[in-house]
Design a protein around this ligand. Structure first.
Ligand code: FE2
Length: 269
């Protein structure tokens, strides 16, 4: 199961087992949600990292990121000059799609992560990577989580689909079906492509948060297939290299409808 949002990553790397950010947390209590999220005392350097990351990403997005992603990003009105407050982002999500943000201390155990999604709560980190990690961080940080993930949660159909992913994951008891669900998560939330009027566009944050993957994903080097839940669920993926196959949805209505059909067939919804 994907226990967390996928970190930005280089073409080839390996997880750092000694990095505390890479160790999943099993919750022993509830996470602060929305207005309960306290704004950390960020340093000037941390705000500068946020500024740099936003500037770099916004150069890459036009003509590559999905219209729905860009619309969500604009509606969020994220501060580009300093790290946004989780409570402010949460308020915007709640107004748009009824989602909220919970502040997580880091990677979450899979059950804890999905139980939040099932309640329309997105677990979000509030720490930011170091200056030396602009290209790569081994674990999600608030740039990945806020800038990369929350724009799509502003989209009503994607927001409903994302909740259903959480609900289905909690209901899943069969390891083979669970593996299929993990792959669907990977190839949609993290590595999904969508048809837009202007052409093929990226909505998956695993692509959007990697400049290399962003540039690679829309080229002919990557085989693109129409999203069919059974086929996507049967497609293995490689965490540490560029994807060789990506899956295209016609729309987010298509994504949700197709996922619900698959989940119901497996008695997950
Ligand atoms: Fe992610």
């Amino acid at each position: 199961m994907p226990s967390t949002p996928t970190p930005a990553r280089p073409e080839t790397s390996a997880p750092d087992g000694n990095d505390p950010r890479c160790i999943p947390h099993k919750l022993t209590g509830s996470l602060p949600v929305g207005e309960e999220c306290i704004y950390p005392d960020y340093s000037a350097t941390e705000h500068e990292v946020w500024r740099s990351l936003c500037a770099r990403m916004e150069q890459l997005l036009p003509g590559r990121a999905a219209d729905e992603f860009l619309t969500g990003l604009a509606a969020l009105g994220l501060d580009r000059e300093k790290v946004p407050a989780l409570r402010d982002v949460s308020r915007q999500l709640q107004r748009s799609t009824g989602w909220q943000i919970a502040r997580t201390p880091g990677l979450l155990d899979a059950h804890d992560f999905f139980s939040h999604l099932a309640r329309r709560i997105f677990p979000c980190t509030d720490y930011i990577r170091g200056e030396h990690e602009l290209d790569y961080t081994p674990a999600p940080d608030c740039f990945h989580d806020i800038f990369g993930h929350t724009p799509m949660i502003m989209h009503p159909r994607f927001a409903d689909f994302y909740q259903k992913i959480g609900q289905a994951a909690l209901a899943c008891k069969d390891p083979a079906v669970e593996e299929g669900l993990t792959r669907i998560y990977w190839f949609t939330v993290e590595f999904g492509l969508v048809k837009n009027p202007g052409g093929l566009r990226i909505y998956g944050n695993g692509i959007i948060s990697s400049s290399g993957e962003t540039l690679n994903s829309l080229t002919d080097k990557v085989e693109k297939r129409p999203f069919v839940a059974e086929k996507t669920a049967a497609q293995p993926y490689d965490i540490w290299h560029f994807q060789e196959v990506l899956w295209i949805v016609d729309s987010f209505d298509h994504l949700e409808t197709e996922f619900v059909r698959w989940a119901r067939e497996h008695r997950l919804l």
